[in-house]
Design a protein around this ligand. Sequence first.
Ligand code: ZN
Length: 477
Amino acid sequence: MTDFILCGGEVIDGSGKPPFRADVTIREGLIAAVGKCESRAGAREIDCTGKVVAPGFIDTHTHDDRALLVNPEMAMKISQGVTTVVTGNCGISLAPFVAKTAPPPPFDLLGEADDFCYPRFADYLAALDSSPPSLNAAPLVGHSTLRLAAMEALDRPASTVELAAMGEGLEEALRAGAFGLSSGLYYPPAACAPPSEIEALARLLARAGALYATHMRDEGKGVLASLDESFAVGRKAKIPVVISHHKLAGRENFGRSTQTLAHFEKAMGAQEIGLDAYPYAASSTILQEDRIGAAEKVLVTWSKSVPEAAGRELSELAREWGISLEAAAQRLKPAGAIYFMMDEADVRRILAFPQTMIGSDGLPFDSHPHPRLWGTFPRVLGHYSREVGLFSLAEAVRRMTSLPAARFGLKGRGSIGPGLFADIAVFDPSSVIDRASFDDPCRPALGIEHVFVGGRPVWSEERPTGERPGRVLRRGR
Ligand SMILES: [Zn+2]
């Protein structure tokens, strides 16, 4: 294995402290030394003068479960400096579930019937082990997936027998190494699950030392009640809670991040709570008629019935077809969409909150995806830190590295220091910026120069190297 010496860069170590000049030596997959390094025979030196050497970024919120298997190069993530993705969010994980027919939305964000082919969570992790991607994966198991595997009908609470089956599925996933349970109570497959259903499963998390991440029931009018519901799960089971992609949806809720963040702060005094956010004022998920009203603009990201509609505005299509927005959505479904329905001031206030981690929520199979898939991390570094001045660069890096590593329990990652895993991003602080836009969403970012995963180079000279040193990370190991 070639050793590397990253020479003369400014090290931002992930802790939030200011950059300092140092060489970083990579040996046998680990960071061997930080400081003044002598050149050594056989070690490749990389001049990092004027560049930042940082821990690789941790994407805390992804739907990459299947992308890791079918697109192991993961260019959309390594091109941003991401070295670990947390999968299985919003209640939907690819395992454990074997589908006989097409599972209902939003499972179609992950794959089709044939893709749900892992009876046990361990089977999915074994598939990743035997065909590793370029970067690491830290998997969550989805509550909606457990429901789908255990219940005949999803439009009601789970019965005692079904809940026991879900509990068995959860425990198997935790034994296999899942970092926790995710839920998507907003979505139809889980909307009928009462708090008691989640609380019963959360008790199993406590025993394993795992966490609970949630796409809450309501991110609009009822957001405070949804925060309370989520916090209560953690408080009762004594487990950490992560509020996924925190946002305020709909014009009537603009500005309410002052209330929600105060709510977070108060609860954080009494229990362990985290949150993540993506740096855009537009959301993206499946196309649903009931979401259209709250949005200023709706952009189609994919459509099974009208594939050529991807990338077009829903209002434009409705006008061309001479029908209402709702009828146009009906015609397009199953489909996905981007909803412009947030206030930029809320986005900035949430990003600036000291406990906010960065999660892309990128949707890897959309034909015209939300630009967050390719742009999230460079956008926080280049736009929100350098251009807008929301926080220092060291603080931006902390939110992407040591903060999520501590929250999810990713041992030996998220920092630069001797003996830690050599997951590293080298970037140019003066030019790093996202180029993916709502019109042209799949453009790689600028300024990400080198990315290492476990000491192997995966991104260099603006392209993937083809190496696949990624590992499935397992809780506690
Ligand atoms: Zn979600």
